[in-house]
Design a binder for this molecule. Structure first.
Ligand code: ADE
Length: 225
């Protein structure tokens, strides 16, 4: 089973609690562990769609992962979502994929779906874990792009165009990999900022804590799988 984050802070809470063996590969580090009857492969991909595509593919093709859980932080798009809140993606979409000049919808290129659905069984386990622990967990469409969104008009556009609840930089690329390779996947995010003006300041202040919230939640899910 793969657990992937994008930044060191997003997997640090896991590495603090699980004994791992470190493997260097493809200019990155992968952490192997036996944990509660699971063979885990843990990594942070580095930020962005390309890096996360590479890591998800490596986790599947080189390390044999059969399921992927993503953990990390996101910017809130919908007004109900506040810093520290947790959500999982029902579907993921690339907000910066744009061949609309040819009359195509945003997020679309021929041969790939605009929205990729996450795994219903994993999502149900997340809901069960949240209910058991009394955690307020929401869900929605998560939009990804190679851009830290800290601009009201871009934020509004992504929300309106895709009805997305949150924005980040990896979920949809991981989703494309998992869809193509037939790997069930789950995308968990805790809110670090509200993706508007000055979001970078909130991100700096709240990212570590939100990353911890997300990682701890995902680890609770592993206990159930
Ligand atoms: N990850 C966390 N906050 C984000 C934002 N505002 N834009 C893109 N990715 C993010």
């Amino acid at each position: 089973m793969a657990i992937l984050g994008a930044m060191p802070e997003e997997i640090a809470p896991l590495l603090e609690r699980i004994e791992t063996k470190e493997i260097d590969y493809a200019n990155n580090k992968f952490y192997l562990a036996n944990y509660k009857n699971h063979e885990l492969i843990i990594a942070y991909s580095k930020i962005g769609k390309v890096n996360s595509t590479m890591s998800a593919t490596i986790m599947r093709e080189k390390f044999g992962a059969e399921v992927l859980l993503f953990t990390g932080v996101a910017g809130a798009l919908k007004t109900g979502l506040k810093i520290g809140d947790v959500l999982f993606a029902t579907k993921v979409v690339q907000h910066d994929l744009d061949i609309s000049a040819f009359g195509h919808p945003f997020g679309f290129v021929p041969g790939s779906p605009v929205f990729v659905e996450t795994d219903k069984r994993l999502n149900k386990i997340a809901v069960d874990v949240a209910n058991e622990l009394g955690i307020n967990l929401t869900s929605g469409i998560i939009a990804s792009g190679d851009q830290f969104v800290c601009d009201e008009s871009r934020k509004e556009w992504i929300l309106r165009t895709f009805d997305a609840a949150a924005v980040e930089m990896e979920g949809a690329s991981v989703g494309q990999v998992c869809f193509a390779l037939g790997m069930p996947f789950f995308i968990m995010r805790a809110i670090s900022d509200e993706a508007g003006e000055k979001a970078e300041f909130d991100f700096d202040e709240f990212m570590v804590n939100s990353a911890k919230t997300s990682a701890n939640f995902v680890l609770k899910m592993v206990d159930r799988l």
